[in-house]
Design a protein around this ligand. Structure first.
Ligand SMILES: [Zn+2]
Ligand SMILES: [Zn+2]
Length: 400
């Protein structure tokens, strides 16, 4: 009898190891249609950064219905859903952004924005649906969870204000995550995600050059041609290629690695008898950042300073490796595609969270073109992939 019991218990434990992800898969499928309706509702009713009032109200009620504790008084219209397992354990945060963009692009879906000039053309509607889906799946497993999962719904990402606002308003004295995760839907095939350790984007800085006099066009050209650095035959400013097989991030010879590029033409103006030149620059290598100001000074003289310096998304090496292994073990090798580059122009204020808590940021395949572009459209199957993959990852992380 004892032996039989042992065999049964071992079999049960084994089934629970592999069975749980099958279960997550079917739980995801069972809420998929509802998540699509929610996503379409967000899409039709977008709210700009700082105005996410209805979005917040909907999410709050949804999380409360799942039995989560909800905090809304941290910063702006952000909110945090807290899912406590039945036992103490690790604390993990998942972050999704809430805001839309001030765009008026053609959008061919039948659930178009009803707010003139405001659109979810970055895909945050999809991110919120995925996060709600993960919360719902994990809530079903609460009784067997050891630890806590925090769902951070962050306002004001597009203005780079929300994450910093939440941190400045003591987010991390309210919650104490050991790890933090997020995703961004992008122009990769649906069914795959892309991730790498360290920087996912280039460093973006706005530089200002103050000179006594000179020809703005000539000076800009001089600075650009002397300081820019691009690999042979590469045009990393052609952002539309990031999803390409040959030129994009997935190819070891991608055009999106090892570069310094600048927006052209520089913005120029005269004030109090001085000539000012300003531009954004994008550098992939952190070690090169400190050479930029001396480089410009040496070239044209004047006062040179950075007037805007956003941090960049930097993935924790250990957690990235662990997440890649876990996701591949459960969903197959092909679920993760390699990332050999760094994306210019874009960034994510998730970087501020990563300065406080080690974390991983993923690109989730699903859009037809680059985010923020006219005609941006997301394949909603990406929601299913996101919910089941990251529910599995969270569960595995809590088991460690
Ligand atoms: Zn965006
Ligand atoms: Zn975005």
């Amino acid at each position: 009898m004892k032996t039989l019991c042992f065999i049964l218990l071992t079999a049960l434990a084994c089934w629970r190891q592999t069975g749980i992800h099958e279960q997550i898969r079917s739980e995801t499928d069972s809420i998929y249609d509802k998540l699509i309706r929610i996503r379409r509702d967000f899409h039709a009713n977008p709210e700009l950064a700082g105005n996410e009032i209805h979005t917040q109200a909907f999410i709050k009620q949804y999380l409360l219905n799942l039995g989560l504790e909800v905090q809304t008084d941290i910063y702006g219209y952000s909110l945090v859903g807290i899912l406590k397992g039945s036992k103490p354990g690790k604390q993990i945060a998942w972050r999704a952004e809430m805001d839309a963009l001030p765009n008026n692009f053609p959008d061919e879906v039948p659930f178009k924005s009803i707010i003139k000039g405001v659109q979810h053309s970055c895909g945050h509607d999809v991110h919120m649906a995925v996060a709600l889906g993960i919360a719902e799946v994990l809530a079903k497993h609460r009784a067997s969870l050891a630890g806590t999962v925090y769902f951070i719904f962050q306002s004001e990402e597009e203005t780079f204000q929300g994450a910093r606002g939440m941190i400045d308003h003591q987010l991390f004295s309210v919650i104490h995550p050991d790890e933090i995760y997020a995703l961004h839907v992008t122009v990769l095939p649906v069914g795959v995600m892309m991730v790498k350790p360290n920087e996912m984007f280039a460093y973006q800085k706005r530089v200002r050059i103050k000179l006594k006099e000179g020809d703005a066009e000539e000076l800009s050209a001089k600075i650009y041609s002397s300081l820019s650095r691009v690999p042979a035959n590469s045009k990393p400013w052609e952002i539309q290629h990031i999803g390409d097989r040959d030129l994009g991030l997935i190819n070891p010879n991608t055009i999106f690695k090892d570069y310094l590029i600048m927006d052209q033409p520089f913005n120029s103006y005269t004030q109090n008898d001085s000539l000012f030149l300003e531009t954004y620059l994008y550098e992939t290598n952190a070690a090169n950042l400190q050479k930029i100001i001396p480089g410009i000074k040496q070239l044209v003289g004047g006062d040179v300073s950075f007037i805007q310096e956003n941090p960049t998304v930097v993935n924790d090496e250990e957690l990235t490796k662990n997440a890649v292994n876990t996701l591949r073990k459960i969903y197959g090798n092909n679920i993760i595609v390699p990332d050999y580059g760094q994306v210019p122009y874009f960034n994510d204020d998730f970087a501020y969270f990563q300065q406080k808590v080690p974390g991983v940021y993923f690109f989730l395949g699903g859009s037809n073109v680059v985010n923020h572009a006219p005609g941006f459209k997301v394949d909603e199957e990406s929601i299913r992939v996101g919910v089941r993959s990251f529910s599995s990852l969270m569960i595995e992380r809590l088991r460690e």
